[in-house]
Design a protein around this ligand. Structure first.
Ligand code: CS2
Ligand code: MG
Length: 400
């Protein structure tokens, strides 16, 4: 079998997605997700202009060799654009291999180690009461793990909180500017979780995302303040470029720590893993695809670190579908983020994975089980949208 062609599609069914379709001379095709929120066209060009011409004529079964060729052969390694593009190729090739062998993808990764994948949903509210109501709504619809975010009193907007039933991480047009105060945030969050834990009891896992907004010592103090409420994890408590920063957080708190949605390679987690500075790694397949994430998971397993991959709605259903095969087959996966896509998005990506009672089930069809409706996608052209930028109350660009 040979790769006969590959095409890159950029569409905006509610939000922007980059989709790679790799065709073979046997008629089997594979799909990969090349979406990088707010930088979609950079990945589309990287794929179209620099990768696709190198793929034609190659044997699609040589997934590892193609991965190494794209990573090492470019000379310029790592980085979100490169690793997202490599991920799109890698996932499409695993899809082709599994379809060619007529089996669900999880079978090529060692087979299922769990019957279903625990997911966490996103609850939020403009007040503590509304946040509690939304957590309860999630529990009633079956969720056993819920992330809770609440508007911070005194700030005009809070990332991850909206009055709409679903929030979209990026906003249309040029980046919006939000204000930020670590002091107001730190004074508020322990009260949120105190009231939340009292309201919902002990049976549900509660999670919280700090979005990298704190310094290590601030993150340490928040972790300590949240200990009585027994979080499943505190996510992105501080930035991860300086992995040593997590030593400060770790030495002061027993609140479990998760990080990694912005990481791109195994090198980004080396110290975090070997020094056991975090409990969960949140890299998604965007970080180099299944081939890369398997190695990261095996490395983490040696150090009692578990996986809990990023699953925001700015990763396309192709990433979710493929991630569920990874989650089903990899032993040290603990949980998967699940932020449902809009109806327009789901219509463009017919898929066979499903949610039931707080858990996700991977597709049982051959491959990863997610398809792409090109004709429908064509009706939704690219529409620029970006994540907001944050400034501190004195106007300084927030730097953590
Ligand atoms: C968030 C995301 O889901 C999460 O944990 O941090 O909303 C994240 O901000 C976006 O995926 C960024 O594109
Ligand atoms: Mg996050």
């Amino acid at each position: 079998m040979r790769i006969s062609d590959a095409k890159v599609f950029v569409c905006c069914p509610g939000r922007n997605f980059v989709t790679l379709k790799i065709y073979t001379d046997s008629g089997v095709y594979g799909l990969g997700d090349g979406t990088l929120n707010g930088r979609e066209l950079a990945v589309a060009s990287y794929l179209r202009d620099h990768i696709v011409p190198c793929l034609i004529g190659r044997d699609p079964s040589q997934i590892e060799d193609i991965w190494q060729y794209l990573y090492k052969g470019a000379y310029w390694r790592k980085g979100p654009v490169t690793m997202t593009a490599i991920a799109a190729v890698d996932v499409a090739l695993w899809d082709i291999k599994a379809k060619a062998l007529d089996t669900p993808l999880y079978n090529l990764l060692g087979g299922k180690v769990r019957d279903r994948v625990m997911v966490y949903g996103h609850a939020y509210g403009t007040t503590i009461e509304k946040t509690i109501e939304d957590v309860n709504r999630h529990i009633e619809s079956g969720y056993v793990a819920v992330r809770a975010q609440s508007a911070i009193p005194g700030l005009s907007s809070t990332y991850g909180v909206t009055t709409a039933r679903a929030y979209e991480p990026a906003q249309k047009g040029l980046p919006a500017e939000h204000s930020w105060s670590s002091e107001k945030y730190l004074a508020f969050v322990p009260t949120l979780f105190e009231q939340l834990r009292t309201a919902v009891g002990n049976d549900v896992h509660l999670l919280h995302d700090v979005h990298h907004r704190l310094t290590p010592i601030q993150a340490a103090s928040l972790g300590r303040a949240l200990e009585p409420y027994r979080l499943f994890w505190m996510e992105d408590a501080t930035t991860g470029e300086l992995q040593e920063g997590f030593r400060i957080v770790r030495q002061h708190t027993t609140t479990p720590l998760a990080v990694g949605e912005v990481f791109d390679t195994i090198w980004d987690v080396k110290l975090l893993v070997t020094e056991q500075l975090v409990d969960y790694l949140r890299l998604s397949l965007r970080a180099g695809g299944i081939s890369a994430l398997r190695k990261i998971a095996s490395f983490a397993e040696m150090y009692h670190v578990q996986m809990g991959s990023h699953g925001a709605s700015d990763l396309s259903p192709v990433t979710m579908g493929a991630a569920l095969h990874f989650d089903s087959a990899v032993h040290n996966v603990a949980i998967q983020e699940y932020m449902p896509h809009s109806k327009e998005t789901l219509d463009v990506f017919p898929r066979a994975y499903r949610f039931a009672d707080g858990y996700m089930h991977p597709a049982e069809a051959p491959g990863h089980g997610v398809d792409f409706d090109e004709a429908l996608a064509d009706k939704y052209p690219y529409d620029p949208a970006y994540l907001p930028v944050n400034r501190k109350l004195d106007g300084t660009l927030w730097d953590w």
